[in-house]
Ligand binder design. Sequence first.
Ligand SMILES: CC(C)(COP(=O)(O)OP(=O)(O)OC[C@H]1O[C@@H](n2cnc3c(N)ncnc32)[C@H](O)[C@@H]1OP(=O)(O)O)[C@@H](O)C(=O)NCCC(=O)NCCS
Length: 444
Amino acid sequence: MGEVALRPLEDGDLDALFELMRDPESVRMAAFVAEDPDDRAAFDAHQARIRARADVTNRVVTLDGRLVGSIAAFVIEGDTEVTYWIDRSVWGAGHRRAGTRPAARAGSRPAAVRPRRQRQRGVAAGVAAGRVRGRRHRHRVRQRAARRDRGNHPAARMIVNITALIDPAHHTAGRRLAWVAAGLDLRPLGTAFLWIPVAGDVAELDIQVHPAERRAGVGSQLLEAAAGSAAEEGMRRLRTEAVAQASDGEHFCRAHQLRPVLALTYTRLSLGGDRTAGRPAPGYRLVHWDGTVPGDLAATFAHARKAMDDMPMGETAGIPQPWTVERLHAVAAAVAGRGEHLVTTAVLDADGEIAGFTELVVPGDGTGDAQHYGTGVLPAHRGRGLAGWMKAEQIHRVRDRFPGLAGLVADTADDNAAMRRVNHALGYRPTHRSALYERRLSRS
Ligand SMILES: CC(C)(COP(=O)(O)OP(=O)(O)OC[C@H]1O[C@@H](n2cnc3c(N)ncnc32)[C@H](O)[C@@H]1OP(=O)(O)O)[C@@H](O)C(=O)NCCC(=O)NCCS
């Protein structure tokens, strides 16, 4: 087996790469192809565009010094994706893996999602996602023309390929599906992530299109792919993540008959200011832990999580998913897996049962802003200042423990008056507003 190596792409490689990428058999098999593979000017323009993108690591693949392909790593939403195109003459020779590994290393952490088809036949030309050739998945790959004719952009046709990916991580509460949209062979345009819960019939959607690639129909096609799958999975509704007011996302949602179902206000506490002292409540005591809940509190904590189930949620209220010790562990493991700190403060009643809790997620390096996850007090214990006390104490602790932390961010439903009052008293101030959007899915 020859020696496979990677090196940066040079201007002198473009001729050879152009020839590789218009090989008819490769083009036939590839997932992402140029609209006209023989158009050298279009090829040069696209290569220039990829090379100008700071978020794309571009390498050529050599076999014993001869250029046999190209490989690129790019980051979408924090996940590194890898795409490649290999000379047909070396397909099946077993060189591919040797070539992909260094790229994965060079491009920081390996892909968190991987193509659904990756285990299928090895050396198809095109991106790692390859073309989905199995009958079961054929419908998942679409090749369409989209039109970019907005604003100052001249009308130009763009081929958009939507490829389904699979999340190899195991989740107990549901499954995550993903799609990547690409234009010409190496150009990533956007992603869609869809969460299919085990319980309930609301699928959660997150679509991101690279700012330079918007208004060309990419988001619409990702939405169509995700909505189709959600319906196939038996989901009745599609719900977005929080979409900022007056953003591209809001316009997009409204254009696609997604309607706002929960208004949220984001607030932030700057940690530079004075400290607010917590007021202890007689008969209660606080406990604090990092990461996974201690074993002796696990059962009572799972029970207390129900305190969140009646939280005002606008029209989004659905069937609450049961809280089990296993689910608590899964949440803690997910945060730890991202390298972040989950810090929890809980209040115990005289019997040692958890009456309320508040959770905060601190970035791994302890700088920037931490994000509140949830705060809840069981109905029987409300009206005694427990939420304010827990939060004030938690703020003290994280300030001491993470001196580099700048602020704490919370998103609160507009109709959750109690939580908004508590946060306001602690010094949180509004930063922006968002909404969750929803659409009914027609049965497939
Ligand atoms: C929302 C987002 C995914 C849209 O992607 P996109 O590829 O630009 O979307 P499309 O080109 O398919 O837009 C479809 C329609 O939405 C509407 N739309 C999208 N952006 C708009 C904007 N800035 N102003 C007005 N209308 C807009 C238009 O009606 C557009 O059709 P048109 O261009 O023919 O007028 C993209 O802006 C994005 O990544 N935003 C940040 C993430 C986000 O908010 N996601 C929310 C959805 S989960």
